[in-house]
Design a protein around this ligand. Structure first.
Ligand SMILES: Nc1ncnc2c1ncn2[C@@H]1O[C@H](COP(=O)(O)OP(=O)(O)O)[C@@H](O)[C@H]1O
Ligand SMILES: [Mg+2]
Length: 252
């Protein structure tokens, strides 16, 4: 069975960083093949992995609205195009959602997308969705059931409250979440006791468990600045050891 892991959290809290580190983790553990979905309109997961993006699903949706080649039905066309949009790497594929539809919904295209995702998903052990703050893409792709929701937060009282609100809205959105984890990112070390209290409160008062505390890392900052792929981080890097322990626990 394919497991779906979705990121959630306010902008800038570390969803894409976590997705890139999870990619590295799954590759190292040979938990392949998996699919990465960059569901952020301002897609940048590919940059952390040093991959070039070709056509995005947003562009495909636009093409679907126009004239199609003769003798091709819309669902055949969508399926063909989605395969073209898949960036195939060793062990994983990347699919970039791109810009949303704009005003109004081209619902037929979303339906084709959902159908194609259904067919595609069987090929993978995991599907990782790097979301933007809203989680509309999950329903658009017909991902109503999520195995692991990872909610990232900055290390502040208000950040943690926002993470809790994000966790709380999953129910009204009609998403079935099997496991929910709070990840506190860029945490100062040692962790202030007052912050630990806020974390404990949020966890006690929500469906989230504490997934882990990720320290602020100069290694990550330098890796990003140098433009080198996060896949090339060293096994011995502190941040890698910490993150791997967190994923060991979450995915066990
Ligand atoms: N643990 C960390 N230590 C240092 N910098 C981090 C850490 N996590 C994220 N960052 C940096 O913070 C910025 C925002 O992170 P990002 O993962 O892009 O957030 P999001 O995808 O939630 O918008 C990026 O520049 C990233 O390099
Ligand atoms: Mg991001």
């Amino acid at each position: 069975m394919t497991k779906i892991i979705a990121m959630a959290g306010k902008g800038g809290t570390g969803k894409t960083t976590t997705s890139a580190l999870l990619t590295r983790y799954l590759l190292k553990k040979k938990l392949t093949p998996f699919l990465l979905v960059d569901a952020d309109a301002n897609a940048n997961l590919n940059e952390l992995l040093n991959l070039d993006v070709g056509v995005t699903l947003g562009q495909i949706r636009k093409e679907l609205k126009g004239e199609l080649p003769p003798n091709v039905s819309r669902d055949q066309f969508m399926e063909l195009k989605i395969h073209q949009a898949l960036i195939e790497e060793t062990g994983f594929d990347l699919l970039v959602m791109g810009q949303p539809d704009g005003p109004g919904c081209y619902c037929a295209a979303n339906q084709y997308l959902a159908m194609t995702m259904d067919k595609l998903s069987d090929n993978y052990k995991y599907i990782i969705v790097d979301n933007e703050a809203g989680m509309e893409h999950l329903s658009r792709m017909n991902m109503r059931s999520i195995d692991y929701l990872l909610v990232t937060s900055d290390p502040s009282a208000r950040g943690i409250l926002t993470a809790k609100r994000i966790s709380d809205i999953t129910e009204p959105l009609g998403l079935e979440i099997k496991n929910q984890y709070l990840l506190i990112n860029r945490a100062p070390q040692p962790l202030p006791a007052a912050l630990q209290e806020k974390i404990d409160e949020a966890v006690a008062d929500s469906g989230m468990e504490l997934g882990g505390i990720i320290p602020s890392s100069d290694i990550l900052i330098n890796q990003e600045l140098s433009g080198e792929s996060y896949l090339n981080l060293a096994d011995s890097d502190d941040i890698v050891l910490t993150i791997n322990k967190i994923f060991d626990k979450i995915l066990s």
